[in-house]
Write a protein that binds this ligand. Structure first.
Ligand code: RB5
Length: 146
């Protein structure tokens, strides 16, 4: 299950995300927003990240204007590894090395064609494990200490 959410800056590109998920028969929940009226991206990040933390979602896709604000907000949640990606290389390694569980996209940055490819790489690439696990455990330790 993929949870998807956006603010007004990511609303248009969210249509591309939804279209990709539908065409690939991937179960998803769209938490909004559902129009271009101004909303606060931390609220959207909270809904998607809570679903992941509570085990209702495997991964999330979040969008705002740049992808920056919503990724900052998402990374405040324990256990969330949100990666803002504007190219397929970063999308690939966010999964291989970082086991990212949230993909953040900039609705005012990316065109639909590139966004589709980024989403595809993100959702089809597995975590490599090995020594990268130790690094993620160190991040977990920081989360628990601070
Ligand atoms: C909203 O105008 C914009 O600030 C927001 O979508 C996002 O880009 C913030 O990082």
């Amino acid at each position: 299950m993929i949870y998807v959410g956006c603010d007004h800056g990511g609303f248009d590109l969210k249509e591309t995300v939804i279209d990709y998920l539908e065409k690939n028969n991937i179960d998803f929940t769209d938490v909004g927003c559902y129009n271009k009226e101004s909303v606060d991206y931390p609220d959207v990040a909270k809904e998607v990240c809570t679903a992941i933390i509570e085990g209702r979602a495997d991964k999330g896709i979040l969008l705002c204007g740049t992808g920056i604000g919503i990724s900052i907000a998402a990374n405040k949640f324990k256990g969330i590894r949100a990666a803002i990606c504007s190219d397929t290389y970063c999308a690939k390694f966010s999964r291989l090395h970082n086991d990212a569980n949230v993909l953040c996209l900039g609705g005012r940055v990316l065109g639909p064609g590139l966004a589709r490819e980024i989403i595809d790489v993100f959702l089809t690439t597995d975590f490599e494990g090995k020594h990268h696990i130790d690094r993620l455990l160190k991040i977990q330790k920081i989360e628990n200490e601070r």
